[in-house]
Write a protein that binds this ligand. Structure first.
Ligand SMILES: NC(=O)c1ccc[n+]([C@@H]2O[C@H](COP(=O)([O-])OP(=O)(O)OC[C@H]3O[C@@H](n4cnc5c(N)ncnc54)[C@H](OP(=O)(O)O)[C@@H]3O)[C@@H](O)[C@H]2O)c1
Length: 293
């Protein structure tokens, strides 16, 4: 079997055009556009690339996208003050603090300081709690993107056995909340694996839908995939590659060439889950703005 390749770029483009239409309608109704501010502290090159693409994508759908760029030496008090100011700014409907922050910050403290109604990354405990109690406000953009992909690809999630590899607050845990929920693209039987899992391959081989978010290239090999499974590779790791102008390439967790011979459908890296993240972030910003008016 050779798997169908799931085109994340095409699905993300569809979501973005839906958001653009929603923004135009919002503007007509309210006379202003939804706004998102992305806060970045320090000079991590990968983070700067992500932040610029978020700003560009926001502008492309007609939103007011801005970046607050702060030096690495920014203090805890200064960053908290910026967050408080953005919380109080009526023109800002979504706030995203780019993670990772420099080591001298307690990331949880900063995330908890964001007004939960503007927390478009869905990481504030109030939003996590709402997700897990069946009253979702914002789900973290990458997991929401995974769910949307499954829906768009007509993958049967209802009743499926889903195995998630990775339990981070950003990816694995919100995915549990989304896929365990009720409704379209949910109602699955969910197993979550991590480094404490005794026999990872025995678990992954049970999966009708296998979602990997380890950040370890090659951690999911073809023989860990059940024949006919749908494989979603969230992993996005920069690995050195001297043949590339940038000096690196992006690698997923899954050994793609092996898994595509076993799976029925699979996401590539790049071009799979990655493009969905920004599209779903924009969806959250529009929802936040609608909630605000
Ligand atoms: N496409 C996107 O837009 C997007 C967005 C977010 C993240 N990502 C990518 O997704 C990947 C994961 O990100 P993250 O933030 O969730 O990473 P993370 O915080 O490092 O979490 C990785 C998780 O994988 C588990 N894990 C690692 N190696 C494992 C192994 N050999 N067997 C079983 N479990 C293992 C870890 O288990 P323990 O908990 O036991 O340590 C942990 O729960 C990264 O490559 C990241 O770049 C992509």
């Amino acid at each position: 079997m050779t798997a169908r390749i799931i085109d994340g770029k095409a699905i993300a483009a569809k979501v973005r055009s839906e958001v653009a239409a929603g923004v135009a309608e919002f503007k007509q109704k309210h006379g202003f556009v939804p706004g998102i501010t992305v806060v970045i502290v320090g000079d991590d090159p990968a983070s700067h690339v992500y932040v610029r693409s978020k700003e560009r994508a926001a502008k492309e759908v007609g939103m007011d996208g801005s970046v607050l760029q702060l030096p690495a030496e920014t203090t805890r008090e200064q960053l908290l003050e910026h967050v408080r100011r953005l919380n109080a700014d009526d023109s800002v409907h979504g706030i995203l603090v780019q993670i990772p922050l420099p080591d001298h910050f307690d990331e949880d403290e900063i995330i908890h300081a964001i007004d939960p109604r503007k927390d478009v990354d869905g990481l504030h405990p109030e939003n996590v709690g709402l997700l897990f109690s069946g009253h979702k406000r914002f789900a973290s953009a990458t997991p929401a993107g995974v769910q949307r992909m499954l829906v768009e690809e007509n993958v049967q999630v209802n009743g499926a056995k889903v195995v998630i590899v990775g339990r981070s607050n950003l990816v694995g845990k919100p995915l549990i909340g989304l896929l365990l929920g009720r409704g379209n693209g949910a109602n699955a039987t969910v197993t979550v694996c991590h480094t404490g899992t005794k026999d990872l391959a025995a678990e992954t081989r049970q999966a009708d839908i296998l979602i990997s978010a380890t950040g370890i290239p090659g951690s999911i090999t073809g023989n860990m995939v059940k024949p006919g499974a749908v494989v979603i590779d969230v992993g996005t790791t920069r690995v050195p590659d001297s043949s590339k102008k940038s000096g690196f390439r992006l690698a997923g967790d899954v050994v793609f060439d092996e898994a595509k011979e076993v799976a029925s459908a699979i996401t590539p890296v790049p071009g799979g889950v990655g493009p969905m993240t920004i599209a779903m972030l924009l969806t959250n910003v529009l929802a936040a703005a609608k909630d605000h008016v």
